[in-house]
Write a protein that binds this ligand. Sequence first.
Ligand code: B12
Ligand code: SF4
Ligand code: SF4
Length: 269
Amino acid sequence: MQNVLKSIFDKEKIEYFAALPISECNLRRADVIERAGLDPEKVKTAIVFLVPYYVKDNEEGNISLYARSYDYHYYMDSLFDIIIPELKEEFGVGFAGFADKSPIEETEAAAKAGLGVKGENYLLINEKYGSYVFIGEILSEGEPELFGVEERKYTVKECLKCGNCKSACPMNKDNMPCLSFVTQQKGELPDEQVEYIRKYGSAWGCDLCQISCPLCKDVKETPIDFFRQNRIVNLDIQTLDEMSDEEFNKRAFSWRKRATIKRNLELLK
Ligand code: B12
Ligand code: SF4
Ligand code: SF4
């Protein structure tokens, strides 16, 4: 049955996936499963998969690498719209897809599923794409065996424990919250966080613990067109002001509304 999954994921250029018993996942939000139309008691399996997003452009841009294309949540939603009906048709049991807003701890699940290792930067690091992968999972009422859980087939590159990510991390250097988190905060920021954003020049997100990681050097670019298109490396206020609501709403940085990303851009002037 692994072949069925493989042919479904192959069509979407997704190479890394594996089925994991739900009992091995850290299940945090049963209510999220319920809202997706599945009975949490009946869920047996998480089919965990990786979506690579790296495209080689200027790493110095003020928009974090994960947010340069349109928002990955859109990609995941449209992916689920395609593959979940196919899975239901093939296996005849219930499925529901999640990414980020997920009932399970995703990095841990992906590591247990054998798709990579969890690095000291807290991220899942894959042998081919480094940590530049989003994690998604499809929960199912089917037993893991139905999807070939025994067939773990990927090699992993172990975290070198070299400490580069920690040395590069502004959180460690300045004893502040994660910079990615700070750029997402709404409203007026305390003075020290204003300085923090200025110091590291980020309008949205942070990649320093990834760019510094030896396992993220020479990684492969994503084969998925969605992440190669509509890219913004450096955002400026004029471009933001001229952006239609329709365009803006497709961006990951729209999550906290225009005022938040605009405040960050003002701070970087
Ligand atoms: C909340 C959240 C955040 C928060 C907190 C991050 C965190 N590590 O807890 C913030 C906004 C800071 C964040 C930032 C980022 N995130 Co995020 N995030 C999540 C989310 C929704 C939940 C994570 C969580 O709550 N874990 C719970 C804790 C208990 O799990 P844990 O990692 O085992 O716990 C350790 C850490 O929390 C650490 N820790 C304790 N306090 C803090 C504080 C900070 C700031 C950090 C970084 C770590 C940390 O100590 C714990 C014990 O080891 C997941 C999706 C999901 N549903 O899992 C995405 C997820 C982890 N994020 C993702 C991404 C891409 C990012 C960024 C790279 C985005 C960016 N470029 O700016 C950064 C990377 C920061 C980092 N090095 O972790 C991806 C990671 C993919 C991968 N390859 O692993 C995920 C899986 C989303 C997805 N579906 O792809 N994220
Ligand atoms: S920088 Fe070094 S310690 Fe940090 S995640 Fe990468 S290999 Fe591991
Ligand atoms: S995203 Fe930035 S601030 Fe957050 S853990 Fe990584 S390097 Fe540190």
